[in-house]
Design a protein around this ligand. Structure first.
Ligand SMILES: NC(=O)c1ccc[n+]([C@@H]2O[C@H](COP(=O)([O-])OP(=O)(O)OC[C@H]3O[C@@H](n4cnc5c(N)ncnc54)[C@H](O)[C@@H]3O)[C@@H](O)[C@H]2O)c1
Length: 394
């Protein structure tokens, strides 16, 4: 393993925990020490969370050694580089490693966006040079992208694939194009969120809340960019833009502006959001909405009318009743009204089975729900939501 930055230390840990002996190289003795400390700290967290036994931690640490000399890597079967994303630096490194390593050894790069072939041709073994793209944090993320170039030997690819599986990762194979699979799909989408913010169309909190609460994503797009780092995100987008010349990849100007101000995301405590301190995941602002409602806002709303008896109308009636509102659901026929009542009761029943609500809460919720076919029954509602068919004339 070359180098112990963010990715290097993570990959070293993954390999050692899977039973491989790992030699890592850093630039100075201090960097070797810091790299080792980072790995220990990460494993310690694994032990604290009950995900790693103390004995396994000790055994894994015993398989790792650090050095400042590339000579110490000369008996390795696989070398993975994780130096900064600079082509010339990686090319120099590949030339030196090629001179050192036995002929069967595989040389791998963890690059996110540089062409692997440009590194392969610096060596006398281009067919045994591949991309092994781990995701951050390497000990947690399950994917490894295997990048094959136009000259990659199928045996080397198979060996790399078996290695990735032995690490407990899921390997996927792709060609040598900027962005590989995951970033090529993800980054235009992240970039679009920044463009939406730039245009003033919606606030950052609402853009993020839309994807978290509407699409079930674990975090918002802008929050994810802060986690990745705006400098890294810029480099990845820019590399894809240079290769494909499609505007979806052209980094939104706001990304560069924030970078220029050194607002790089979590690592500098400020990006799209502000964090309690550098590296902290805790956002300074409270609440996901980031805007205050006046005290007592909405307090006159007690009785909710819902028009319709389809999937959405039933769902809206259910959440409103669960939240303690009186609900009148108006359907087109008596049969549809009783079907809605039954569907909502069934859905609440499942919540009771899963231990998410008690039978008493279910009874109280159903007591708040009234179904009807009469429009007049809606006349006393404070708020009316239509959930009827998507036809404008209706
Ligand atoms: N951070 C991520 O989310 C991520 C994810 C996947 C891949 N990558 C890729 O992994 C690689 C490393 O990224 P990182 O985030 O770990 O970077 P980093 O800045 O955390 O680490 C870089 C490492 O390179 C070493 N280094 C610096 N100058 C050097 C030199 N002249 N010669 C040799 N080593 C040198 C540093 O000591 C450090 O150990 C990059 O190619 C990056 O694109 C990063």
């Amino acid at each position: 393993m070359s180098d112990q930055g963010t990715m290097g230390s993570g990959i070293t840990e993954v390999c050692a925990r899977a039973g491989y002996r790992v030699v890592f190289r850093e630039i100075t003795d201090d960097a070797v020490e810091a790299g080792m400390a980072r790995i220990k700290q990460s494993m310690e967290r694994g032990v604290d969370k009950g995900k790693l036994a103390a004995d396994d931690r000790d055994a894994a640490l015993g398989r790792i050694s650090g050095t400042t000399s590339y000579d110490d890597l000369k008996t390795c079967d696989v070398v993975i580089e994780a130096v900064p994303e600079k082509l010339e630096m990686k090319q120099d490194l590949f030339r030196s490693l090629d001179a050192l390593l036995p002929p069967h050894a595989i040389l791998a790069t963890n690059t996110s966006s540089l062409p692997v072939i440009e590194m392969a041709v610096q060596t006398g073994r281009p067919s045994r040079v591949i991309g092994l793209h781990f995701f951050n944090p390497a000990p947690v993320m399950g994917l490894v992208e295997l990048v094959k170039t136009v000259v990659t030997d199928p045996d080397a690819l198979e060996a790399a694939s078996a290695f990735a599986r032995a690490l407990g990762k899921t390997p996927v194979v792709c060609q040598d194009r900027a962005g590989f699979i995951a970033n090529l799909l993800l980054f235009p989408y992240l970039n679009n969120a920044v463009k939406m913010l730039e245009s003033g169309f919606a606030t950052r909190a609402d853009i993020d809340a839309a994807m978290v609460f509407g699409c079930g994503h674990p975090m918002g797009r802008l929050a994810l960019l802060d986690l990745i780092g705006l400098d890294s995100a810029f480099e990845i987008l820019d590399a894809m833009y240079r290769q494909f010349r499609e505007t979806v990849y052209a980094p939104a100007p706001l990304i560069r502006q924030l970078m220029t101000a050194d607002f790089l995301g979590r690592k500098t405590a400020r990006g799209f959001y502000s964090y309690e301190e550098a590296g902290s995941p805790r956002v300074r602002e409270t609440g996901h909405h980031g805007r205050e409602l006046p005290a007592g806002a909405g307090s006159h709303v007690r009785r909710i009318g819902v028009l319709g008896s389809g999937t959405m109308a039933n769902g809206i009636a259910e959440v409103a009743a669960k939240a303690g509102y009186q609900v009148v659901l108006r359907a087109r026929s008596t049969q549809r009204a009783s079907e809605s009542q039954a569907k909502i009761a069934k859905s609440l029943g499942k919540a009771v089975e899963r231990g998410k609500m008690t039978q008493e809460q279910l009874d109280a919720t159903l007591a708040l729900l009234e179904t009807t076919t009469e429009m007049d029954a809606l006349s006393s509602c404070d708020l009316l939501v239509e959930g009827i068919a998507e036809e404008l004339d209706l």
